[in-house]
Design a protein around this ligand. Structure first.
Ligand code: 1CP
Length: 359
């Protein structure tokens, strides 16, 4: 820990917020807390606003994006907003035929199965992302001292949707493609890395304070395969961000996946400041696995929020305490908020984390 005193919340800017400070391993006034999927179906005000608009339409409407992103910040007092969007949006904007089916997830009309399919994927033109820059600028203006997290899907997780054609448990087709078609795999992941970097760059240039790369399904891979077939492309996304304007301070990066206990040091090594940890590995053990150079984010089991209040309080307390082993801790769930979660419990968790960690 450094010696600089943490500023009080009243005088912070996004660049000096507890989220950014925890990500850099600096002292904080309280452990920052936000929730993956904090916007969305757990909120009645979200369901009301989304009624009649398809998910991917909503993601391209700056008014809806701004309002939906702000809803959980107003309601819960979380320490960060996360842009309302989806990991498949860069593909959709580029012209790939994808629909988000309610209750299912992203469904791809013509899955990628051959080298020719890879070559036929349209590139993402940055000038198609004006709606995104508009939404981010508006959000940053509305949020004041609260940081906005921009995000993108990592090349591997996006490849799983393109190859499987939709959500999948085993990702067997994806792995078969990876093993059997190494040249096509490389070309596919290179393209997805460029598109993710473009999508993130627009958000950072418009004022996002932190970025998160979601490699949600990377945990299905063995470490050597992750290291050789996936890590280089996720690193390319982060490197693409670093190649910003001269003199620009590198923006903190969070790198997240589910079931990545065996991959944590590699996830860190890809270019993260903060490593996302699901509920399987306690934070003190995760801190040991990544070493002292990284902050951690996570790792409350989202299902705990469906239990009784005493259990919620016990588990939140445990995560806050184990998080002290890390260089910095961003409190979050191990994965997204389950749709059936009582929003009142989320607000309570924010208050409890702040209370337990206030200095
Ligand atoms: O109609 C609806 O409300 C659709 C539900 C929904 C929502 C609210 C989907 C479909 N995406 C989203 C928004 C979303 N997606 C956000 C918003 C910001 C926030 O967290 O509040 C984010 C960050 C994402 C990212 C995303 N989409 C990921 C990575 C995070 C994760 O959950 O691991 C993934 C894997 C997706 C794909 C996706 N989109 C939607 C669903 C249901 C899924 C998962 C499908 C599957 O199981 O494979």
């Amino acid at each position: 820990m450094g010696t600089a005193a943490a500023p009080t919340p009243a005088e912070t800017t996004p660049a000096d917020s507890d989220l950014v400070r925890a990500a850099r391993g600096l002292p904080v006034s309280r452990t920052p807390v936000w929730f993956m999927r904090q916007a969305g179906r757990s909120l009645p005000e979200y369901r009301a606003l989304r009624a009649g608009t398809a998910m991917l339409q909503a993601c391209q409407d700056p008014d809806l994006v701004t309002e939906i992103t702000l809803q959980p910040v107003r309601r819960h007092g979380v320490d960060a907003a996360i842009l309302f969007s989806d990991i498949v949006l860069p593909l959709v904007v580029a012209g790939v035929d994808i629909e988000i089916k309610p209750g299912v997830g992203p469904v791809v009309a013509s899955p990628v199965r051959t080298v020719a399919d890879v070559d036929a994927l349209p590139p993402l033109e940055p000038d198609r992302l004006d709606f995104l820059a508009t939404a981010v600028r508006r959000l940053v203006a509305e949020l004041g001292p609260t940081p906005l997290i921009g995000f993108a899907g990592a090349p591997f997780t996006l490849a799983t949707y393109l190859i499987e054609g939709g959500p999948s448990k085993e990702h067997a087709r994806t792995k078969a493609f990876m093993y059997a078609e190494p040249a096509a795999w490389q070309r596919l992941l290179e393209r997805l890395a460029v598109s993710a970097a473009t999508f993130l760059r627009v958000q950072v240039d418009a004022g996002a304070s932190v970025v998160q790369l979601f490699d949600s399904w990377a945990g299905v891979l063995a470490a050597p395969d992750y290291a050789s077939c996936v890590l280089p492309y996720s690193r390319a996304v982060f490197d693409g961000l670093a190649a910003g304007r001269a003199g620009e301070r590198a923006i903190p990066r969070i790198h997240f996946g589910v079931g990545t206990g065996e991959l944590l040091p590699l996830i860190a090594d890809a270019g993260a400041d903060v490593v996302g940890v699901d509920w399987r590995v306690p934070l003190d053990e995760a801190a040991r696995r990544v070493g002292p150079g990284y902050s951690l984010q996570g790792n409350l089991d989202p299902a705990v929020l469906l239990a009784d209040r005493a259990t919620v309080d016990r588990e939140v307390t445990r995560v806050v305490e184990q998080g002290r082993a890390a260089r910095g801790h961003v409190f979050n769930l191990g994965h997204g908020v389950l749709p059936e979660t009582d929003p009142g419990v989320l607000t309570h968790v924010v208050e409890l984390v702040h209370e337990l960690s206030a200095r």
